[in-house]
Write a protein of this length. Structure first.
Lengths: 100, 361
């Protein structure tokens, strides 16, 4: 699981690649921790390369969403593969996190 | 700066200069107490303004009517505070609370709202002259702090607008303003007073309506309650989707995240639901199939976290299919909930495919 973070101006761009499951969750958490502390709460995540997310991954997206909302920012997930989008849809997470 | 003051007035001005730190401290205490008072009592105010009279302004006052004052403590507006509320009732509420916090000098306080003659108009405020009681703050080295009085003006936003405009007409400038203009200002005062009354009345009616809705919801008279944002919010406090989401959660022993369902109100109205009774029937008639859909979607996964909205989402999906809305209906539903997007085409296609495999009653 690769997480590339780039800060440009008022927004943080993140590119995700790989599978987000039990084996990669800890590293993912470590990678996104700076996003939950920074003073730049507008985040756009490119999910083109995200192959799968487990419940553990959903919990981390939820933590990030809560952190961003608390700082009055926005989290947007983009270019999601159909099989990943389906996970968000059937768990109701499409109602919680903005997917475009 | 030098002013054209006699010896007596100059003494008062010197006392003012020497005691500036005390007035600053008074300002801090008064402001802190007033902010705490409105916050503790959930009173919404548009502003709390605090100011210490400037030296220029005091000197001007002393030049004009210095003979009226023996000591600086006879001048009651060196520290002035203004609280601007939305509603007239809040002026009354705040005044009652101020009476509890500070020592009110009733003899010099005036309700300018009542002081007007019957044949005159004007839209004035309530003025209290107060002292900081020793029980609230006392410093033996600066006991004058409890002797000096200060003024609190309380008015509604509309009273404030009127008073500001009236002041702007120059009634204090010494040049007489033609009676015709004053008459127009006074006519406006009447209009604003009526507007304040109407705002209060509207607020009371809305609160009565909300209380009535809450009571109807609590009594289970759902068909008598129209569906809107307020009633839906009240309805959600009864956790109407809990039974269904709990059942869906058993599929994978999932944890439930209680997300906000208010975003569904617009979609529910678009779908034709008009009363809370309609939603009750939706739950009663579609829960079994909504569960079956979730079972079909989740049983082959190990997803063990769910948003509460899955329950309402699946109920709506089943309802659309039962009403013959098909794939197009599902897409319109997703467009309404999530905003128009290409994702919704695939989402609707996939859901329609899944639901056709379930034997919907």
């Amino acid at each position: 699981m690769e997480v590339n973070i780039e800060n440009t101006g008022n927004k943080t761009f993140v590119v995700l690649n790989g599978r987000l499951d039990t084996t990669t969750a800890d590293k993912f958490m470590q990678d996104i921790t700076p996003l939950m502390q920074g003073d730049n709460p507008d985040i756009e995540m490119d999910c083109t390369g995200l192959e799968y997310t487990s419940s553990q991954g959903l919990r981390m997206f939820l933590m990030l969403q809560k952190s961003v909302t608390a700082r009055k920012g926005n989290l947007v997930l983009k270019n999601m593969k159909p099989q990943v989008k389906e996970v968000f849809d059937i768990t109701g997470f499409s109602n919680i996190i903005k997917i475009v | 700066m030098e002013y054209n003051l006699d010896f007596h007035c100059q003494m008062i001005l010197d006392e003012y200069r020497e005691n500036m730190a005390i007035f600053e401290k008074m300002k801090e205490i008064v402001r802190e107490q007033l902010e705490k008072c409105v916050s503790d009592n959930n009173i919404y105010v548009t502003a709390i303004e605090t100011r210490i009279k400037t030296e220029n302004s005091l000197a001007g006052k002393l030049e004009l009517k210095g003979h009226k004052y023996k000591f600086l403590s006879d001048i009651t507006d060196i520290l002035g505070t203004r609280i601007i509320t939305f509603y007239t009732e809040e002026v009354d509420k705040i005044s009652a609370l101020i009476d509890k916090i500070f020592e009110v000098d009733w003899e010099n306080s005036v309700d300018k709202r009542k002081a007007l003659d019957l044949d005159r108009f004007g839209y004035m405020s309530l003025h209290y002259i107060c002292r900081i009681p020793k029980s609230l703050y006392y410093d033996a080295e600066h006991s004058e702090l409890n002797d000096y009085r200060f003024e609190i003006q309380m008015r509604t936003a509309l009273q404030h607008v009127w008073a500001t405009m009236y002041h702007d007409t120059g009634y204090k400038s010494g040049i007489e303003v033609p009676k015709e203009h004053l008459r127009n200002m006074n006519r406006l005062a009447g209009v604003l007073e009526l507007a304040d009354e109407q705002f209060s009345r509207i607020r009371k009616e809305i609160n009565d309506y909300r209380r009535n809705v809450e009571s109807l919801v609590a009594d289970g008279n759902f068909d008598d309650v129209n569906l809107d944002s307020d009633t839906f919010r009240s309805y959600l406090t009864m956790k109407p989707f809990k039974k269904l989401i709990d059942k869906i959660a058993t599929i994978n022993q999932a944890e439930i995240y209680e997300d906000n369902l208010m975003r569904y109100i617009t979609t529910l109205l678009k779908m034709g639901f008009r009363t809370l009774g309609d939603l009750q029937r939706l739950i009663k008639e579609c829960s079994d199939d909504a569960y079956k859909l979730a079972l079909h979607q989740l049983s082959a996964t190990d997803l063990d976290i769910l948003a509460l909205s899955v329950a309402l989402q699946n109920l709506c999906i089943v309802y659309i299919i039962k009403k013959g809305g098909g794939e197009v209906g599902l897409r319109m539903f997703y467009d309404s909930v999530f905003g128009e997007s290409d994702y919704n085409i695939e989402h609707a296609r996939r859901t329609f495919e899944q639901i056709t495999k379930i034997n919907i009653k």
